[in-house]
Write a protein that binds this ligand. Sequence first.
Ligand code: EPU
Length: 417
Amino acid sequence: MPARLVIEGGVPLRGVIVASAAKNAALPALVAGLLTAEPLTLTNVPALGDVGTMVTLLRTLGAGVERDGTRVTVRAARIASDVAPYELVSTMRASVLVLGPLVARHGSARVALPGGCAIGVRPIDQHLKGLARLGATIAIENGYVVAQASRLKGARIATDLVTVTGTENLMMAAALAEGTTIIENAAREPEVVDLAALLTAMGARIAGAGTARLEIEGVPDLAGATHAIVPDRIEAGTLLVAGAITRGDVTVTGLVPDHLTAVLAKLEECGVALEVGPTWVRAHGPERPQPADITTSPFPGFPTDMQAQLMTLLGLADGQSRVTETIFENRFMHVAELARMGASIEAEGSVAIIRGVSAYQGAPVMASDLRASAALVLAAIAARGRTEISRVYHLDRGYEAIESKLGALGARVERLA
Ligand code: EPU
């Protein structure tokens, strides 16, 4: 039987915990290793399922990857294969990030089309349109994107919507293109800014990171570098909710509070007492949360990756809340499982109406995607009684040692193999 988590709820979490580095920054950072023949070293890579999948993919493409604890070195002296196979892309959509670097460095890429996933359709048309603007020829053959270019050429790209991995893919491709690329409507997420910093350390010329307009002057080659990945704002936010939802007192350190502005504002609105330091945030839970309305949007708006966790907190609020999900069309899968724990939530289309209940009850529940799983963990630590969460491999994709972190704060969490 796949691993399960068994949680005895009702303990107020207390203590100090360090945020891990961000999954969604680690993945593109690893891929950046394909852009240079020299070694690229990342110093604080989190131990996550998705990181393992990305390492496997890089090795499949011919890169050497050495892992020594949290230190990972990627050596892509040459690209041996340009194929990102379906087995890996279907396991992890972020595999599509190799597309831009492979075309830019190697001249060709064959990357399986990801298809739909649990949270939505998630097309990659903007990645492909952007690469075509940079001069790549793009074809779809037998379920694979086949992209080719002898040398990409800088161009002006305006994406139709804000896409995080799309921006990252195009930024990496443009870094090795001939001439200047402008990306309008670029994603402004901290993970995009972190990738820009890494590429700059490798010799890329990028201006405007963190704004909606990136200007990238292509260079013929990039060099190796050493880089520490930005802290995980979503893991940090999840742990702060863990403190709040158990009426506890949790401090998360080693983070960048500015990356959490929208989340912290909502937590305050819910009545969570916050103290914010230069690299830490302390959350002190209210007796009962206040209701709030949330609409997800690209950074600096409220992140879709925190929607399920905040909804879980609102599920216990003294009143009615409304959550609108604008990024993904099917990101309410936690709703049905939370209902099994006593939540009163009605979801229709992109809107969920949450009528707060006074407590959750432990129940057997099933994880469906990464953030929905985090929501179930939060409900479980707050609940009366015992919750058993199955399919925790979803959680392991993006939360490092979650049971030890929560355990260190006093939660009663056990992993059953
Ligand atoms: N979209 C398109 N066409 C494209 C690209 C995106 O229509 O070519 C749509 C998507 O379907 C979605 C919206 O645009 O409706 C935004 O998607 P985006 O491309 O920004 O998402 P992503 O890059 O695939 C990253 C994170 C996600 C996070 C989203 C939004 C990584 C590896 N993944 O995905 O993280 O939810 O940005 O912030 O960075 C997670 O960690 O749980 C997770 C799903």
